[in-house]
Design a protein around this ligand. Structure first.
Ligand code: 13P
Length: 122
């Protein structure tokens, strides 16, 4: 599966922890990420991740473009719902495209955990 991993700054530590705990499962998939998230994940694990630009610099739009072109199967996007983001329109557009193209989207640890359980069963 092609999986995108994204986290807002205040959620990055949580995503890193989640991916580290499930590194073996993630290593079986093609991974993509926004710039800073991907950099931190690769520093914290042995995973190979294709990095896009940083979210505020167009990375969310790049991931959105992948969704529109049928290149992603799952999006794991740990959002910080309590902090205003300078690139909020890009974030909304990405989430919207997940619904337009019916791509599964996990926006927090609880839903990402369920997704991973499902993937692991395959
Ligand atoms: O801002 C982001 C998602 O909206 C994430 O971008 P970074 O991974 O570059 O921090």
């Amino acid at each position: 599966m092609n999986i995108a991993l994204i986290a807002h700054d205040k959620k990055k530590e949580q995503l890193i922890q989640f991916v580290k705990e499930n590194e073996k499962a993630f290593s079986k998939h093609n991974l993509f990420a926004t710039g800073t998230t991907g950099k931190l994940l690769m520093e914290a694990t042995h995973l190979k991740i294709e990095r896009k630009k940083s979210g505020p610099l167009g990375g969310d739009q790049e991931i959105g473009s992948m969704i529109a072109n049928d290149k992603l199967d799952i999006i794991i996007f740990f959002r910080d719902a309590l902090t205003a983001q300078p690139h909020e329109p890009d974030v909304s557009a990405l989430l919207r495209l997940c619904d337009v193209y019916e791509v599964p989207l996990a926006t927090n640890l609880a839903s990402a955990t369920l997704f991973l359980e499902h993937i692991n069963k395959k």
